[in-house]
Design a protein around this ligand. Sequence first.
Ligand code: ASP
Ligand code: MG
Length: 460
Amino acid sequence: MGKLIVSKFGGTSMGDAACMLRSAEVSFRQGSSLIAVSATSGTTNDLIVLGKTAETKPWPEAEVILAKIEQKHVKISDDLKISAHAMERLKVLFEEMNSLAKGIHLLRDCSVKAMDTLMSLGERMSSVLFAEAMAQVLAKHNSKKVAELFDVRTVLRTDDSFGRAKPLTSEVASLCSQYLGSLRDGKTVVVTQGYIGMTDEGMTTTLGRGGSDYSAAVLAEGLSADVLEIWTDVAGIATTDPRLCPKAKPIKEISFKEASELATFGAKVLHPATLLPAVRKNIPVFVGSSFDAEARGTWVRKDVEDHPLIRAMALRKKQVLVTLSTPEMLYAHGFLFQLFKIFNDHKVSIDAITTSEISVSVTLDDSALLNKKLIADLSQFADVQVEENLALISLIGNNINHTAGLAKHIFEAISDINVRMICLGASKHNFCFLVSDEQGPEAIRRLHECFIEAGTEEMA
Ligand code: ASP
Ligand code: MG
C-alpha cells in the first residue's frame, strides 16, 4: 500500500483556472489521496463584506457583492470548461449564498453563526471547481484514479464556538475511518474543503481565519496519514519574513518545536495550530509553493539533522504590554491565578510574560484592547498600565537558554534600540523581547545579518 498523503492548497493556489490546474498537477505528481482547499483568494473577505453589507446596507449594495463573487467563480468554471453536473452544483451554492444574504438582510442580523455558514461557501465553491481541475489532470495522465468531491462536514466534527470552532479529535478519527476508510486503496483522489466543519447538531462552523492548514492537519491526524503537505505561494518557511529582510532564505528542515514557536510568534506561513495534530501523530509536514513545486520547500518533523543556535526569527507587530502591579502580591499567593482567570474568562491569549515581586507584565495582540471589559476587570484588583505600538521579536533555535554569550550578541547587534521586555528561559527554542513597532523591522534586519547571514557556529 502506498503512502497516504494529505495536501492543502491555499487561496492563491486556487486563484484562477491556471492556478487550479497547476495545483492539481502538483497533487497528481505527489500522489495526494486527500486534498483540502481554501476558498479562491479574496473570497472569504468578500463573503465577510457581503454579510456585513446585507446586515446594515440597502439590498442593492449586497447584490453588487453577490454578483462579484458569482462572476469570479463563473469565470473560473468557464476557463476550466467544467461539466454540466459541476455547474449545477455551483449554481445550487450561488442560490444558497443569495438566500443566506437575503435572510441576513431581512433580519438585519448577521450573527457569528450565520457568518460561518456564509463563509463556508467560499471553500464549498472552490472545491467544486478544484475537483473538476483534478479530474482533468487525472484524465490527461491516463490515471485510473477518480477525483471525488467530498463534503468535509461529514467528518470534521467541531464544538459550537462559531467563528473559531475546535475540532473534536476522536470524533473526527472515527468519522474518518467510517467515511474515508478506503482512501489507502489509492483508487480515489478526494477533494474537500479546508476551514469548515460541523457541530453535532449539524450547524456549519469555521475554524478561524487562515484555518485551512489546520483543517488539513486535523484530517491528516484523523486518517493517520503518512505526510501532510501545505502548498502555498512561498517556497517553504523562511529564516524570516522576506518582505522585512530581502536576505531571508528558505529553511530546509525545522523541528516541530521550533516551527511551533515560529508559527505562534508571527511567521505567517503556517496557521499556529497546524502543527498540534501533526505532532500528536508524528506526521511530517512539508511546506512548499504550488507555483514553484521544484523549489525545495521546508520539512517540519520531530527529528532533524542539524540544530543551529538560531534558525529563524519572527516579528509580531501591534503588540501591547500590559503591566499589572499591586502591593498585595507581596508574599501573597493566588494573585497570578486570579489574574489569569480574568484573561481566561475573556478568552484572551497571552504570548510572553515576566514578573517581579509586585508586578506582572504580559504581551497581548492589540485587538485584545477592543474588549474594554477586560481592562476594567483587571483594574478591579491591580493597577493597570498599557503600552501600545510594540513589536515582539522572537529568535527561534536550539539550546537558546543554555548558550553563554548569546544575550550579549543579541543586544550588541541592536544596542541603540530600546528593549522594553525580555523573555528568556522558559524554552530552549525561543528568546523573545519587545521593541517599538517602528524599530521592529530594523532590529530583525540586524539580527538576521548577525545570526543567519554571518552564522552562529562559533557560539553553538
Ligand atoms: N478561506 C479561509 C480564510 O481566508 C481559510 C484559509 O484560507 O485558510 O481565512
Ligand atoms: Mg490562507
